[in-house]
Each structure stands twice: as structure tokens, then as C-alpha cells.
Design a binder for this molecule. Sequence first.
Ligand code: UD1
Ligand code: F6R
Length: 695
Amino acid sequence: MCGIFGYINFLVDKTRGEIIDTLVDGLEKLEYRGYDSAGISVDGDKKGECIIVKSPGKVEVLKKLVADQKVPRSTVFDNHVGIAHTRWATHGPATVINSHPHRSDPTGEFIIVHNGIISNYNDLRTLLLAKGFQFESDTDTEVIAKLFKHIYDSNLEEGLHPDLNQLTKLVLSELNGSYGLLVKSSHFPGEACGARKGSPLLVGVKTERKLKVDFVDVEYPETETTSGSAAPQNDLGLLPVAQGESNLRTSQSRAFFSEDSIPMPIEFFFASDAASIIKHTKKVLYLQDDDIAHIFDGELHIHRATKKKSDESTTRTIETLEMELNQIMKGPYQHFMQKEIFEQTESTFNTMRGRVDFDNHKITLGGLKSWLPTIRRCRRLIMIACGTSYHSCLATRSIFEELTDIPVSVELASDFLDRKSPVFRDDTIIFVSQSGETADSILALQYCLERGALTVGIVNTVGSSISRQTHCGVHINAGPEIGVASTKAYTSQYIALVMVALSLSNDTISKIERHSEIIDGLKKIPDQIAKVLKLEDSIKSLCKNELKDKKSLLLLGRGFQFATALEGALKIKEITYTHAEGVLAGELKHGVLALVDEQLPIIAFATRDSLFPNVMSAIEQVTARKGKPILVCNEGAKILSQDKVMTTLEVPETVDCLQGLLNVIPVQLISYWLAVDRGINVDFPRNLAKSVTVT
Ligand code: UD1
Ligand code: F6R
């Protein structure tokens, strides 16, 4: 989820202030991908001086920091390289020092931003430490910056003068793993190299002049740049540059060769995502794995580290982006909601990333670790939320009770406040919120804080009010949710809450087996979600045909699946403007049954758990009244003959307390496709706001 942005101006005068604004704006356009820190680097006033500003938190915080540090804005550059980054922490927490850009040394001879993971960073770090390098951060990226300096210095000692492209090749030949990266250097002012392997990087080109051709030639080396060739090696096992190679620099890229041979004013942009470039230019070139883009003197050169293979293209096309910003951010999807439904394979994984040790069946929630003993001693747990977030509390309530043996109640924030419910100092209150800004939840939080209870947040938005005001908590790390209808936040909240329940009970011997079963189940969830998403085509057809003109729907669930029924009904109401009701299957016979006839569509959750026989009895009450349910059941379960059901949607089986994570996906898709068929703007349904900041 990290983001890269770079800006290079050549013969176009820009003040430092304008350059910083461009970098910060580029980062803002990447915000939708999710990140937890941000940083930029620009040149200082003295020769070789660099300025790095970086900080955990949002780009907004970075902006303020730039202003607070009074970085001088007026100096004008006619050729300059600025690089910028948003980081999603992997190696080391989100701190200033771990944020990008990273530098080779205190003067910043080489400065790097990097996406991806360098898998051999430990070996490289050990080698570089032995060479006397001192590391500032916990990141894998810092080894790249240090490696640049080490190889540069070693080459100088040998009397060799590699250019920035050659140096980049040498560094890359030592890296294992994946990267999209940018490097700038005080030894090569006005120049930048960008490279990619397994992590996207593109180059934007902006010029008033017409480019001679719409492609850039790929330049191949005479010799391969790999360690272990016949050329002399230094003691890091790195190949010093072959002297003959520097003539590459004199080769001209046809696209940037002006008629009159006079260099032309031009601006280049590097980015991991077209969203940050589109505002400046529509002319972009997508780099391929193992490409190195070298920008200097207003030219863009694409180099390869390896000799040409027969089937490789010798050019990279400069494409014209036809998409608008919104389309880029949505990727191949029609709406953010659809994108977010499909993202759940990733977002659920991100919620668990770095927190679940699947091999040893251990959960570590950094934000809760030191609070667990206090929470375990509490008199009762109260979960408070609104809307979808309330449903994720309902979905996990029983696993909390089962694992922790602490009484748990679930409250709607507004109702809790209306009742002025009693709260005590030995209560633990869990606030669940995607935005962290929902007014009802914030008021309930303040009410509980005033009464001295311990408050825990389960929040998606880092830095939000609930995240800041709670004593401790867990960020669900689902990435920004843009569609008004909450989808991926629900599944991530659900997983985060299950992880909290597991953490609270991890010292209970009698629960070990159940723990392992749930953790094994969690491991499979992202892949199982991918399987459920394959139902999209049959759901599309169901919505187009059988559900086309329906004015009302019932959703039946019991036990763990009651929450799924409520959440499904809410999704259908809010984006299709159709009445839908989630009903506890056991309550059917107490009144709701009167609604059932052959017309009313009923979605019934009949996946296998201890309450399956009870759900079946409710379904039989429906079919006996000529109702034809849409069954959500486990794969291969032949519950009812085809003539008795409208359709069957089969989902993989998982542990009972996790089944709701899979069962909710078909209803998310049903609500989505019903809304699309009815011509509703799915991302912005009427009367609703993404974040409800009024009571
Ligand atoms: C933290 C970092 C993460 C990094 C990881 C590595 C942040 C936001 N998270 O994640 O980027 O990869 O360390 O060790 O910097 N909190 C609340 N209320 C809430 C949510 C969270 O008070 O509603 C607090 C937590 O108690 C904790 C902090 O915010 O002190 C960060 O929480 P979380 O992101 O969940 O912690 P880690 O998973 O450890
Ligand atoms: C439904 C939906 C709302 C929110 C509710 C709480 O799709 O989005 O019901 O779940 O307004 O919002 P958060 O979770 O931001 O507190």
C-alpha cells in the first residue's frame, strides 16, 4: 500500500515551495491506497545539501511539519529532483526514522524511496555494518541507500566513475525481493533513477513541445551487470563498473531529441500509481520489471540490467491516459463499493498482517498488549457502535463470551446514550467505528470516559477522534473505505474483534484447541473470500431476473448468522432503497411468518453450525407456505431440492464463529447488483454520508 512520487523539472523554473507543493499534492492523490507515514526530499540551498521532511501520520501532518520547519520556499531551480513517499509499515513501526525517504549517510549523498520488500536485507545490513555504516532505522529500505554509497565509494577508490544508471544497476544486482524505487544523489544533481521489480512504477512526461516519437528506446548493456562475472570484484562481492559502459550516457533517446538540438523544457513525474500524475500530464510510460529509468539533462533513458533476450521489446510506449482520476482509483471496477467488496481478499489479510503467527497459533496486538491484564479483570465488556460497525459487534459477541467468560453486551451508541446507561470504573468499553468520527459513538465514548471506564477502539482511520481518545485499541488496517456502504470495514472489524477475543483468552489452557482451530480458520479466510467472490455472475443474474421488481426482502439467520442477516438487510436498504429486514430465524413463528408467501424473496443463511437444524426448521416453515428461499449454504450441502428454492449460493465452510465473514459477501454483492440494476449511484446513495458527524 506504499506510494512513490517523484518530480523532476528541467529548464522549467520552479521555486522550492512549488516543488514541495507538487510533491505533497502527489502524495495526497495516493492517500486512498492507505499508509501510516509520509515524507519528501528536496535540495537545500548549498551545493550537495538535501532537505528531508518526514513524519508518521497523514500527509496533512507532513504539510504542517514543512510549514513549521520553515523550509525556505523562494529559491528557484531550473533543474531539480524531488522525491516523496507514503509508507505502510512492514519492517519497523510507523515512526519518523522509519518513514521514507532514507539516506545513505547524515549528509544524504544518496536518498531513496522504496515500495516492496528486500528479502536479503539482513545479510546486506550485516555486511554494511562491518564496513562501518551506521543504520538509523529498522527498515529494509535503508540498506539500499547505504549500498549506493558503498558501491559509489568503492568504485571511486578503484578510479572508476560510474554514472547514476550504472550505479543503480550494480545496487539492484545485489537486491533480492521486490521493489519500485527512486534514487537521487548529491553526486548527480538534477538526475534521478527509477527502477521496478514486482512493484509498479510509471513515468509521466510533460512538455509543450511535441515529442518526435511516442516511444523510448530500451538501452541494453554490452556486458551483464551481475556479481560473479570475470570482472574484478570488491570485497562485498560487488562488481565494480566496467569502464567501457559509460558511453551509454551519450546515446540519445529519440523521443526527446529536438529538431534543432536545443534542449527542451520538460518535466518528468515518477509514480507508483497514475492517480498522482494525471493532474499534470496524460503522457505516461509504464516501466517493466528490471527496467531502470534514468532521467538527466531533460532526457529519459530506459536501461536494462541484462542482455537482450530474443522476445523482448526494444521500446517502451509513451501512452496517453484516457482515464479520469476517479477511474484510476477505482481500477477495473465500476464503483468504489464493488472495488472494496473485491478488495476483501487483501484487506482481511492486512488486518491480520504482522499480528497473527499462524504457525505457532499466537496473536499479538501491539496496541492492546500492555492492557490485556486490566481488560481481563473487568467486570463486563460493552461493545458500542452504529450501523454496520454495530453488526460486527453482534457477529462476534458470542465468541467473546465463549472465549473470555466475561459478560458481553452490545449497544447502539445512540440508544446507550438515550438510556443514560450506568457505566462503572471496572467496565471495559469497546468502540467500533470505521471512520472514528461518528458523532453518536464519540458522545458515548466521552460519556464512558467521564465515568472512568477503560475504553478500547477498533477503528479503521488512524488519527481519528475515536482512535485518539480511547485508552488503547486496534487499527483494523483495511485501507480507506470510500464507498458510503461499508463492506471491507465490516469483515476487517469482525476479524479484529475475533483477534481481541483470542488475545484476551490466550492464557486459558482449556481454550487452546479452540484457539488453534480459529487461527487455522483465519489463515484460510482471504482465499475463501476469493472463492465466494466467484459467485458474482450468478448473483448478477439473480438480481437481474428473480429479484428484479421485488419491493421487499427478508433475511433469515440465527446464532452467528443473525448479524449477517441484519448487515445484509442494512446493505440492501441503504443502496437499493428497497425494504429489507433481518429476522432472527427463531422469531419467524412469532409474527413475521405472516408476511411469507410465494412472492416475498427470503435469503436464508443455512451454513453448518450447531444451530443448523433450527435454521432448517425455519426454512421449512417458509417452504410450507410456498416461499422459495435463496439459500446461502456450504459447498456440496444438498439441503433442499432445486424446485423448492429460488437459488442456492454455496460458500466454503469455515469455523462457526468465522462463517459470517464468508456469508456476508453474497449479500454485499446482491445489494450492489440490485442497486446497479436500479440505476442508483452506488457509492453515494441518497440521504447518506460516509461519516455521520451529527447526532
Ligand atoms: C503499529 C503501527 C503500525 C506498525 C506496527 C509495527 C500505527 C498507527 N500503527 O501497529 O504501522 O506496522 O505498530 O509494530 O502507528 N489505538 C487506540 N485506539 C484505537 C486504535 C489504536 O488507542 O482505536 C492505539 C493503540 O493502543 C496503539 C496505537 O494506537 O497504541 C497503534 O495501534 P495499532 O495500529 O493497532 O498498533 P500496531 O498493530 O502495533
Ligand atoms: C452502512 C454504514 C453505516 C456506518 C455507521 C457507522 O453501510 O456505512 O451504517 O456503519 O454510520 O459508521 P462508523 O463505522 O464510521 O462509525
